[in-house]
Design a protein around this ligand. Structure first.
Ligand SMILES: NC(=O)c1ccc[n+]([C@@H]2O[C@H](COP(=O)([O-])OP(=O)(O)OC[C@H]3O[C@@H](n4cnc5c(N)ncnc54)[C@H](OP(=O)(O)O)[C@@H]3O)[C@@H](O)[C@H]2O)c1
Length: 377
């Protein structure tokens, strides 16, 4: 199979490349992976795996520069890859995204074009050639307001089964009838436009079986030293230094930077914005599985909430990171989004029923499983 990962230098993109290499190797068939980047090269991605894939008969790994707004170049690339290696199939994973600001986004023409036009163009080029297309969306397509008159969502991972069943009623599903999108910021609005355009494109051309839109939530990138952390590991063995920060994903780096700097004002982190945070390495594996191994699975199409089961808030994330690193102080304080005046979506917890029904090999682990420390608060 020929796979193109667009935006391979990004946080999710490079983990997707690593996982795709591994999945392609497992198939044992002639395969190619093209990793595209704009400015940041996917330098340290999967060098060992890439070398092995390169070493396979007819295997290849290529890194090319591509700006997704250059539609002629996107077309040339997709056309070339769909013709390569005969008819072994094509999959395109679109992980590129312009800088957008998330819930605090202010939007703009270029951001909209990068999120909507560039993705839809690449999708048309891919699916018209019979290729599998995977796009990434966000929980910011919802407003996070309680769906029922009484807030019934349960907190944390110690909820009883009864609590969970009741809480389920308030989780956002993929079903547009049950959960119509209602974004509150430009980033969410553009992602809604992207989702709708892609679904319409697929439907009107009979390509529904080729399209997957993975909705995810906050992505956490752990540095390699923390990826295999168990509650029994010695926290002192991992030093919080520049190398560790450089190896962390954007959200983790931001939190670590702030909570370790006691000379700064404590960082206010919201406790009332639960998010189904997932880890970039797990997500990369799930995406590779969905794009390559499940390329012909009709259930793995349309919109899919691709997240861990565990809604967590940012304050808890900070406490867990601090405890994992053996920090005696965590320079953060809990705060409430609802009284902050920022008008951000509150509870964006997503249902994972469709994901579980797919029975993927990859499990998307939650924060308490990846950072299994005792919290005293
Ligand atoms: N991170 C999260 O918490 C989160 C949550 C929900 C959904 N998502 C979605 O997940 C996907 C991946 O996000 P991410 O956090 O991994 O992104 P990221 O780390 O910010 O990486 C984005 C990548 O896109 C590239 N890019 C931007 N504009 C481009 C263009 N015109 N042409 C080619 N490449 C371009 C960037 O390249 P350069 O740096 O070289 O410019 C960068 O490598 C996105 O669709 C995002 O909306 C992310």
């Amino acid at each position: 199979m020929n796979v193109i990962v667009i935006g391979a230098g990004g946080e999710l993109g490079f983990h997707a490349c690593e996982a795709v290499c591994s999945v392609l190797l497992d198939t044992g068939r002639a395969s190619s992976l093209v990793m595209t980047y704009r400015a940041t090269r996917p330098g340290h991605v999967s060098r060992v795996l890439a070398e092995r894939l390169q070493g396979m008969k007819d295997g290849s790994v290529t890194e090319i520069q591509l700006d997704t707004s250059d539609h002629a170049a996107v077309q040339r690339l997709i056309e070339a890859e769909s013709d390569r290696l005969g008819s072994t199939g094509l999959a395109v994973l679109f992980c590129a995204v312009p800088k957008h600001g998330g819930a605090a986004s202010t939007g703009g023409t270029a951001v909209r074009a990068g999120i909507v036009d560039d993705v839809v163009f690449a999708a048309r080029e891919t699916m018209s050639r019979g290729g599998r297309f995977v796009a990434i969306s966000t929980d910011q397509v919802f407003d996070g307001k309680p769906k029922t008159s009484t807030p019934i969502r349960s907190e944390g991972c110690d909820a009883t089964a009864h609590d969970r069943a009741r809480a389920d009623l308030n989780l956002y599903t993929e079903d547009p009838e049950q959960d119509p999108t209602c974004p509150t910021n430009p980033y969410g609005q553009y992602k809604v436009e992207m989702e709708k355009s892609l679904l319409e494109l697929a439907k009107s051309n009979g390509w529904d079986h080729l399209l997957l839109i993975a909705r995810t939530s906050l992505i956490l990138g752990l540095p390699p030293l923390l990826r295999e952390f168990t509650g029994n590991s010695d926290p002192a063995a991992v030093q919080l230094d520049d190398a560790l920060l450089a190896d962390s994903g954007k959200a983790v780096r931001f939190v670590l930077n702030a909570i370790s700097n006691s000379e700064q004002k404590p960082l206010v982190l919201f406790t009332d914005e639960p998010r189904n945070m997932s880890f970039a390495d797990d997500l990369g594996c799930a995406l590779a599985e969905l794009a390559v191994e499940r390329a012909h699975d009709e259930n793995a199409t349309g919109i899919l909430n691709l997240v861990s089961d565990e809604p967590t808030n940012r304050y808890e994330l900070a406490l867990r990171l601090a405890a994992t690193l053996g920090m005696t102080q965590c320079n953060a304080v809990p705060g409430e989004s609802k009284t902050s005046g920022l008008n951000r979506p509150l509870d964006l917890s997503l249902s994972t029923h469709k994901l579980h029904a797919l029975g993927l090999r990859t499990r998307l682990r939650g924060v308490s499983e990846r950072l299994p420390v005792r919290l005293d608060t």
